[in-house]
Design a protein around this ligand. Sequence first.
Ligand code: 13P
Length: 251
Amino acid sequence: MRKPIIAGNWKMFKTRDEALNFMYQVNEKMPSNKLVDSVVCAQFTVLRDLVKRQGDELKIGAQNMHFADEGAYTGEVSGLMIKSIGVAYVIIGHSERRAMFNETDSDINKKLHKAFEVELNPILCVGESLEERENNLTEKKIKDQLVADLANLTKDQVRDLVIAYEPIWAIGTGKTATSQIADETCGFIRKTIEELYDKETSEAIRIQYGGSVKTSNIDELMSMPNIDGALIGGASLKADDFITLVNAAIK
Ligand code: 13P
């Protein structure tokens, strides 16, 4: 059985005071990490503060990292640096980074290799645009991303990877993919992992759905066989909602 994983992606939201306030509200209310992995992926400026106050059940993640350990890369932060402050997870290849910051599959592949090397748990995002879905290119797009992003990763690494299926047309738009579409595409990702690796790996890997997940649709999404959790933007910003979302994963 795969343990569910619920991760909030705060994107570029919350000052330090707001982040600490969230932490005070969720502390003591998080369910046991024996039942669900709960993660908050925050912006760099608050990561250390959150790690210090994360308690036993919540883990902290970053939203991006550079693939080099150090170097002349003004404005970047390395995986090694993130790891050194106690961060456990890192989102890699979010569609906003691919679209707005020109991140390529080759960059993403290097970041995944580095994340495993420094022992961060990567959450790899894949997903199609509305145009690609309407032109029946969803499976091609996702397979191309997986083949390029996972190049030369071992099956032991891939087993520990979390993949977030995030259709770009459902992000921040209020349009959730129906649970059938979400499950079907997560199932396609699992099948592709089986083709690229083997059945054991495809059955072990955890696949999240992301895109307008909220307290009103999480139950249905989590009831689907191929969906092991959610990567949540807007609805993860409110402490009460985040607790509800995490609890929905263990019902
Ligand atoms: P929303 O939940 O705000 O649609 O964002 C989804 C997302 O991009 C999570 O990474």
